[in-house]
Ligand binder design. Structure first.
Ligand SMILES: *Cc1c(COP(=O)(O)O)cnc(C)c1O
Length: 466
């Protein structure tokens, strides 16, 4: 790649230029005041005004004073708790059970329905894939498992398949609606298929797959169906009451066997919690891990972690109780009103288009007239931190409570309109900043090269040289 990889990694590291990294433990512990001074410096490294709504997704809560104070107080009292020790922390265990049941009920789960709390969406998905692999092995004798997943489904499904040696089969989406192509999904199902996946909604374009039809396929071929509602999980149960109804995507749909919903996204809990729900304990059982003969005792754990942060459970529980149904309906209404307003305004702009017809909080934008990454570069220069997409080239903005703040949507639309105007003046001009990287990364046919560069970036995270 002749130095291109280095240039990319350097671009990612630019923010640390001139920064000294600590590499040795201080011999004497530092004073509290000195630690806090240092801490504030680290906190000020960010150039993105995410509190002012300049970042897509990222922070979903508006960090309103009262809820922030509540979370901080609960965190302070539970920072050292661990549900691995139920005698010491029975309250934490009770909160976890209550979170799971409350969320199962939001998704119209019946008596048989169950779940666990995890550390995040990825863990929820990884655990579901593992559970279905082992369920299929036991129930159907499948030794060469495959999962069938829309190309737009979250990367965590492929990660799970890599971890657990499962064949990962992707299904294209319809070129207009960007919902999974159901005919292609049907064709992809084989005797080794252990799981079908649909998203509600998908991360890239915010599109909700046709869950009812995927569930019908699941029933017809006797294959479990997972609905990934990690992103949409705390919008979906409230959209109807907020005035923006969608087709059912929950356990009321026959054939849906599990759902993931992230409390740390639109549940407005701090990062570190998600709920994985199953229609029946017969699936969840295969998620659990038990070691009966360990000299350390009989060891049983519901998720990947051993010790778990009790504070993540307690703060999640506090957030759920703080908002309540009405709080979530209200937040959902404000977010969807903002998304609909932005959608209407974007549709009026010449030179760009919206991918599919997103019904929840995400809007993905592409262009047939100019290099869309040139547009995203211009937005970055204006302080917007939006998310690039590939195949096709596009970017998205994920609307959160940060963006319903007065003036944020209009500021975005105004900056976008100006930038689109610039792009239309010189439609053949290429991108300059990170846009070059996004464009180039797609055009390299050998994906192992792209993978190597990404690994170099991961290495660079742990680079402490200045
Ligand atoms: C965020 C997200 C996930 C994964 O969640 P993490 O909490 O980042 O691990 C899964 N699916 C979708 C659709 C998401 O947006």
């Amino acid at each position: 790649m002749g130095g291109v990889d280095k240039a990319i990694v350097e671009q990612c590291r630019a923010i640390y230029k001139g920064e000294k990294f600590l590499v040795n433990l201080p011999k004497e512990g530092l004073q509290k005041a000195d630690i806090l001074t240092l801490f504030k410096k680290y906190q000020s490294l960010s150039k993105v005004n995410w509190r002012g709504g300049r970042a897509s997704g990222t922070v979903y809560s508006d960090l309103a004073t009262e809820v922030s104070a509540l979370i901080a107080e609960v965190y302070a009292e539970t920072a050292y708790t661990n549900p691995l020790h139920p005698e010491c922390f029975p309250g934490i265990i009770k909160m976890e059970a209550e979170i799971v049941r409350m969320v199962v009920n939001l998704f119209n789960g019946g008596e048989e329905c169950c779940g666990t709390l995890t550390s995040g969406g990825t863990e929820s998905i990884v655990l579901a894939v593992k559970a279905y692999r082992d369920y299929a092995a036991e129930e159907r004798g499948i030794t060469r498992p495959e999962v069938v997943v829309p190309v737009t489904a979250h990367a965590a499904f492929q990660k799970a398949c890599q971890y657990f040696k499962i064949k990962f089969r992707t299904v294209p989406v319809d070129p207009v609606t960007f919902k999974v192509d159901l005919k292609a999904m049907r064709r992809a199902i084989g005797r080794n298929t252990v799981l079908l996946v649909g998203s509600a909604c998908g991360y890239p374009h915010g599109i909700i797959d046709d869950i009812e039809e995927i569930a019908k396929l699941g029933l017809a071929y006797n294959v479990p169906v997972h609905v990934d509602s990690c992103l949409g999980g705390f919008l979906v149960p409230f959209v109807a009451a907020a005035g923006f109804p969608i087709d059912p995507v929950d356990f009321s749909v026959q054939g849906v066997t599990s759902i993931s919903a992230d409390t740390h996204k639109y549940g407005y809990a701090p990062k570190g919690s998600s709920v994985i729900m199953y229609a029946h304990q017969k699936y969840r059982k295969h998620q659990f891990s038990v070691q009966t003969d360990w000299p350390g005792g009989i060891y049983a754990s519901p998720t990947i972690s051993g010790s778990r942060a009790g504070a993540n459970i307690a703060t999640c529980w506090a957030a759920l109780l703080y908002y309540g149904v009405n709080g979530y309906v209200d937040a959902t209404r404000r977010i969807l009103e903002t998304q609909r307003y932005m959608k209407r305004e974007l549709l009026k702009m010449k030179g760009i288009y919206i991918i599919g017809d997103p019904q929840l909080s995400v809007i993905a934008i592409g262009s047939h007239d100019f290099n869309i990454f040139r547009l995203s570069d211009m937005l970055s220069k204006k302080g917007w931190n939006i998310n690039p997409l590939q195949f096709p080239s596009a970017f998205h903005i994920c609307v959160t409570l940060m963006h319903v703040q007065e003036g944020v949507a209009d500021a975005f639309l105004a900056d976008l309109a100006t930038a689109v105007g610039e792009c239309m003046k010189l439609p053949d001009k290429s991108a300059e900043g990170m846009g070059v990287v996004y464009g180039m990364a797609q055009s390299i046919p050998d994906r192992s090269i792209v993978s190597d560069i990404a690994c170099q970036y991961l290495n660079s995270i742990y680079d402490t040289s200045d």
